[in-house]
Design a protein around this ligand. Structure first.
Ligand code: GRF
Length: 195
């Protein structure tokens, strides 16, 4: 069974959806570790409730990204992690982790990339006035939401939508789409996934 580490910085609703899917047998993976860079994030409580160990760190206590990623890497080794799943982790992954987990890091982003990368993708989409937006799951590279796309789901934007109403519907899609896509990915892992 694929052992995954989930990286998150916030409320962790996607973390929860993935953990639930694993527990319910919809996703053949073991959520073995949470990595979190925000000591007050709600996702830490979710991990505790699910009995999943977490490594919580404060980036500013380190001199460089390379140093905190070295500590993360030790944790990933200790917990025998095969695959990294980013779920609202608000940092770019550095070369240390990228080279150790080449082709084995994925992210979910709340827009149809390459439109609206970076922060507040949903707010950007509403402001721009697009009629269709969505969710992208992609491999992670050194850029900001630039890695090869694995899967996308679209959603119509209504004229009455605000960033809040759209975010709610996008989250609902994400909570089903992320575990389903991961399941497909893990079932072909090792055969067709190369970079
Ligand atoms: C999600 O919308 C995800 O697409 C983006 O960050 C958000 C995380 O939300 N990368 P949550 O913490 O999983 O609730």
């Amino acid at each position: 069974m694929t052992r995954i580490a989930i990286f998150a910085s916030g409320s962790g609703s996607n973390f929860q959806a993935i953990v639930d899917a694993c527990q319910q047998g919809r996703l053949d993976a073991t959520p073995a570790l949470l990595i979190c860079d925000k000591p007050k994030a709600l996702v830490i409580q979710r991990a505790e409730a699910a009995n999943i160990p977490s490594f919580v760190f404060v980036p500013k206590n380190y001199e460089s990204k390379e140093q905190f990623e070295s500590d993360i890497l030790l944790q990933l080794k200790e917990h025998e992690i095969d695959f990294i799943v980013l779920a609202g982790y608000m940092r770019l992954i550095g070369s240390k982790l990228l080279s150790a987990f080449k082709g084995r890091i994925v992210n979910i982003h709340p827009s149809l990339l390459p439109a609206f990368p970076g922060l507040d993708a949903i707010g950007q989409a509403v402001k721009y006035g697009v009629k269709v937006t969505g969710v992208t799951i992609h491999f992670v590279d050194e850029g900001m939401d630039t890695g090869p796309i694995i899967a996308q789901a679209s959603i119509e934007v209504n004229s009455t939508d605000t960033a809040e109403t759209l975010q709610k519907r996008i989250h609902e899609i994400e909570h089903d789409f992320y575990p389903t896509t991961l399941q497909q990915l893990f079932s072909i892992k090792g055969e067709t996934i190369t970079r």
